[in-house]
Design a protein around this ligand. Sequence first.
Ligand SMILES: [Zn+2]
Length: 277
Amino acid sequence: MPELPEMETLRRDIDREVGGKRIKTVDVPGRTAVSRMPKKQLIERLDGVKISSADRRGLLLALKLDSGELLVIDLRAGGRLRKTTPREAVEKGTQIVISFTQGGQLRMIDPDDGLSVWVATPGELLEQEPVLTRLGLDPVVDPISWTTFGHMLLARAQPIKAFLTDATAVVGIGPVYSDEIMWQAGLRHDRESHLLTSQEMRRLYRAVVETLHDGAKHRGTTLADGRYHDLAGKPGGYQTLLQVYDRAGKACNRCRGTITKVRYHKSQLFMCPDCQV
Ligand SMILES: [Zn+2]
């Protein structure tokens, strides 16, 4: 599932490639992506409007329209976005095709039918997705202060894996980057956030900021499932820099210990039992 660095990469790509373009036509060949409103209404509300810029609310993309509304895109686990020429063959699983007056298309693809797209005013979006009013820190967009972060760790009193993957604490961190952040910080997943020493809190803070920025700088992580691609259809570059995620049995690059897969709730996580304490 795409996390913050992948969604930020797509946001920047869309802002650059699609920002300022006016919509000519909208085709909806897929049956599932437009389920929050009638297809006809989506097409009407996008007719002739210009996409002015691309914004992000947590992991949701919100494209600002010159009509004052937002084109909201929720990629979920397997959705992809592609900027193409009209001549390029239409991929299997293409759900929505937006053609621009200046040429070019924005295609939204999801063979697994998880992708969801709709148009809303900013006010409507907050009513539809109340979690957006409670979103936590977005380290890629806002510089977060060490003191704010430290206060949150103290106030939350929860295991740090739970803290990191809670969107009301920090947005957009899932299984991949949470494991990487904890390795970078040298901390175990089950350490309680409020019982960390102040030095450990600082290490965790630095790991959050640096790991997410690095992930975005390398244009995100394309895992073995090959799902995530950028707007040009290229894979990300951060998967080659992963230290623990999906590396069970391999040597830790810090201490040469063995990376281990550990059960975590109904899922699993990856860590180095020797240097994460
Ligand atoms: Zn290690």
